[in-house]
Design a protein around this ligand. Structure first.
Ligand code: ADP
Ligand code: MG
Length: 395
């Protein structure tokens, strides 16, 4: 029902020196610096962020790198190594949040938000090279926003904290791009530390690193990019968000975070059946995130599989944001040795993750490829990810 993503495979990683050299080739002078910010997978906690609940993502070893040089006029020139748009030149004196289109809405959206906050940003040249596949549910958009926000925070001496930069990226996504997303993606990209997931309370923005040493436990997390593209600025994502807001309003709470599982039977009597199932996903998902954090501390990552799989079932049946390709990836991984599996990200396409003993990895990969071919689906892209460092200056 949805078109396959036009995106090809992500281009290969470049070193900071190579990013700098590409910038110099394009713009004729060296950049002032190079920053990177990663994409993420969400281990568990889907659509809970805008319900002021809990999430547990980790940054992945695929990231957006930006090289930036400030100019002394009011022109922005932007170039991405992805696509064939060439240099996009923009007059910043006429920049308005309703008129930005295409990929440059992400970096320019961040600039617009920072300027709204009083950060003085004049002209600049910007080169982007990202290894996060686009529209795959791995948050290529937040990777760009967070790299750009970090760059201007440093270059313009704005002095914003990581939590403040999270909100800058979110505002760019909400107000400029028009996707009504929460703070999950930007938090993962900005707050992650190597070898850890980030446990985040989206009401208070308090976060804590949670050790996630997969290799030490003989485990791997595989991403299955189904190549089914999603668009979060339209359609299902916004509808789910509206259902959650309706549920909270009818139940008389500030956010669904404030509803407990014990209150669900009563909620069932107050809500229409669809809204109730949306609410039940959020309420049970919040509890699964807390359980996952507890199980990781007590028993380690090999014990969280059932929670991941229960999360998928809730998204498939109650929140209804999965699709046949994601369900097939999850079911096939589980049938071939995965300890747990779930779709990750906003849904309606994108990627699934599977937690797998290293010894079973090849078997799972083969089985998923065969299952997709047998179902007549586009061949998926399958790759391992490990918890990586968040946004930082690299050159
Ligand atoms: P996701 O964040 O899950 O990857 P989104 O739809 O939120 O999906 O963001 C994808 C969009 O981000 C693309 O359509 C494109 O506009 C932009 N984008 C991502 N990576 C790049 C890139 N390397 N170059 C240019 N634009 C990019
Ligand atoms: Mg996105």
């Amino acid at each position: 029902t949805q078109p396959a993503a036009p995106a090809g495979p992500a281009p290969g990683a470049l070193s900071p020196e190579e990013v700098s050299a590409r910038f110099t080739d394009i713009f004729g002078a060296a950049p002032d610096g190079v920053w990177t910010a990663p994409g993420r997978v969400n281990l568990i906690g889907e659509h809970t962020d805008y319900n002021e609940g809990f999430v547990l993502p980790f940054a992945i070893d695929r990231s957006a790198a930006v090289a930036v040089r400030l100019r002394d006029d009011k022109t922005a020139r932007l170039f991405s190594s992805y696509g064939d748009q060439g240099v996009v030149a923009v007059d910043l004196t006429t920049l308005s949040h309703g008129t930005m289109r295409g990929w440059t809405a992400y970096p320019l959206g961040v600039v617009w938000v920072l300027r709204q906050m009083g950060v003085e940003i004049g002209g600049f040249d910007l080169f982007l090279h990202s290894t996060v596949p686009t529209g795959a549910g791995l948050s290529s958009s937040a990777a760009i926003e967070c790299a750009v926000a970090s760059a201007f925070n440093d270059l313009c001496g704005a002095g914003l904290t990581a939590n403040e930069l999270v909100l800058v990226g979110q505002r760019a996504e909400n107000e400029v791009v028009g996707a009504p997303t929460g703070i999950l993606d930007q938090s993962a990209s900005l707050l992650s530390t190597d070898g850890h997931a980030v446990f985040l309370d989206c009401r208070t923005q308090e976060s804590k690193p949670v050790p996630l040493d997969l290799a030490a436990e003989g485990l791997v997390v595989l991403v299955v990019d189904t190549k089914v593209s999603h668009a979060h600025a339209t359609g299902g994502y916004a509808a789910r968000r509206a259902s959650c807001e309706l549920g909270a309003e009818v139940l008389g709470v500030q956010a669904l975070r404030d509803v407990t599982e014990a209150e669900l039977p009563e909620a069932a009597g107050l809500l229409d059946s669809e809204t109730f199932r949306r609410v039940r996903h959020i309420v049970t998902e919040d509890r699964r995130v807390l359980d996952t954090v507890a199980v990781l501390a007590d028993a380690g990552p090999s014990a969280i599989g059932a929670l991941l799989t229960a999360s998928h079932a809730s998204m498939r049946d109650d929140f209804e944001i999965s699709c046949p390709e994601l369900d097939l990836a999850v079911d096939t991984a589980l049938a071939n040795g995965a300890l747990g599996a779930r779709m990750t990200g906003g849904g309606f396409g994108g990627s699934a993750i599977a937690l797998i003993p290293v010894a079973e990895e090849a078997k799972v990969r083969d089985a998923v490829v065969r299952a997709f071919a047998g179902a007549g689906f586009t061949a998926p892209d399958i790759f391992a990810v490990s918890p990586a460092q968040g946004a930082r200056r690299v050159g």
